[in-house]
Ligand binder design. Structure first.
Ligand SMILES: NC(=O)C1=CN([C@@H]2O[C@H](COP(=O)(O)OP(=O)(O)OC[C@H]3O[C@@H](n4cnc5c(N)ncnc54)[C@H](OP(=O)(O)O)[C@@H]3O)[C@@H](O)[C@H]2O)C=CC1
Ligand SMILES: N[C@@H](CC=O)C(=O)O
Ligand code: NA
Length: 336
């Protein structure tokens, strides 16, 4: 299966690393998963025989630009790569733009038009125009998967749509942002200040390109919109969410909460058609009290009743896990 990676930051490189490390497993169980093009803001590296992924990561880490890939670097935009390079699937992992959805929205729609399946971790277009994307994918008869867009490696979208198929999801409540959970956990355990922990989160590749999206609750808001639309049949946008972030939470506030048997978590919830994101007092022994980059989601359903999932919500390799599972799904669905 031939793959184009659009965006070569923390997640793009994570996907390349995982495809490299799993190359024998993929070849033995499915077929060769070949990356024929990679783009970033400098341009592209293209090789129809498959790029050397180790070399691509190395060049990007040393020079900051994929265009420096020896002999295969090109001054070509992502749109031109999507239009002109033959491939089965486009992996879209540019920054999440929660105002316009661009450039990801155009990348995704252009991929559909060019009969390429799409896997994305990008929340922007999904939170702003979910219905349009689904209709366009249908129109061009291509597969559109986005497990990594909510909860990173934590199975949630495909779990609800496939494993819990037939259930009505009545409500969802959980922690859907790894960066803020990492910050709150470090404040609680080590009493560290906000800025020091945020710097660490950026270095770990878990924060958004613009980390205010994490801190101010907008990333969680985008994720609950994606869940409302993709697994609860709603038609919401980010403007429908009441949002409050964690920028005013201090180590002292968490300390006081702890003394009373509580902790503070940034909770996203969908209940009775209302979408809310806010820091909440959570009992220490609650299943919602997960630590570090872990995410958690509690579903209430009509048949299965309560279902709780926990998993790593952010991080390059963790997120690449969800992207890989979507790629394998596409391989299986198209090679029958
Ligand atoms: N980090 C995480 O844990 C998770 C992230 N996500 C989502 O995954 C996506 C990627 O995140 P992350 O890798 O952390 O972000 P980064 O900021 O690390 O990387 C973004 C990449 O996109 C590239 N880019 C920007 N504009 C374009 C363009 N027009 N064409 C091609 N490439 C472009 C950047 O280029 P350059 O390198 O030249 O600047 C960079 O390589 C985001 O949408 C994010 O919300 C989802 C789940 C988890
Ligand atoms: N910045 C996000 C990344 C995953 O979506 C987070 O911290 O959860
Ligand atoms: Na997920």
């Amino acid at each position: 299966m031939d793959i184009i990676i659009i965006g070569f930051g923390a997640i793009g490189k994570g996907v390349a690393k995982v495809l490299y490390e799993k190359r024998e497993y993929l070849k033995e169980n499915f077929e060769e998963f070949k990356v024929v093009a990679i783009t970033d803001s400098s341009g592209a590296a293209i090789d129809e025989n498959g790029l050397d992924l180790k070399k691509a990561i190395d060049i990007k880490e040393k020079t900051g630009k994929i265009i420096n890939y020896p002999e295969k670097g090109r001054e070509m935009s992502s749109i031109d790569v999507i239009r002109n390079v033959d491939a089965d699937v486009v992996v879209e992992v540019t920054p999440s733009n929660l105002e316009t959805g661009e450039p990801a929205k155009t990348h995704i729609l252009e991929s559909f038009k060019n009969k390429k399946h799409v896997v994305t971790a990008n929340k922007g277009p999904l939170a702003l125009c979910y219905k349009e994307l689904i209709e366009e994918a249908k129109k061009y008869n291509v597969i559109f998967r986005h497990e990594a867009s909510v909860g990173g490696a934590m199975p949630i979208i495909n779990l609800a749509k496939e494993t819990l198929a037939g259930n009505e999801i009545l409500s969802i409540r959980g922690i859907l942002n790894g960066t803020t959970n990492y910050i709150l956990t470090k404040m609680e355990k080590e009493g560290l200040d906000f800025e020091t922990i945020l710097k660490e989160a950026k270095e770990l590749g878990i924060a958004e390109t613009d980390p205010t999206q994490d801190i101010e609750g907008l990333d969680t808001a985008a994720k609950i919109v994606i869940l409302a639309n993709s697994i609860m049949g709603m038609n919401k946008t980010i403007k429908d969410v009441k949002v409050k972030g964690i920028s005013r939470i201090t180590p002292e506030a968490i300390f006081l909460a702890n003394k009373r048997g509580y902790t503070i978590k940034l909770i996203g919830q969908i209940k009775d058609k209302y979408l809310i994101v806010e820091p909440m007092l959570i009992p220490i022994d609650s299943p919602l009290n997960v630590k570090g980059t872990l995410n958690v989601a509690m579903f209430e359903t009509d048949l299965a009743k309560e279902v709780v999932v926990v998993g790593r919500g952010a991080g390059p390799i963790e997120t690449a896990s969800a992207i890989l599972s979507d790629l394998i799904h596409i391989y299986q669905a198209t090679r029958k």
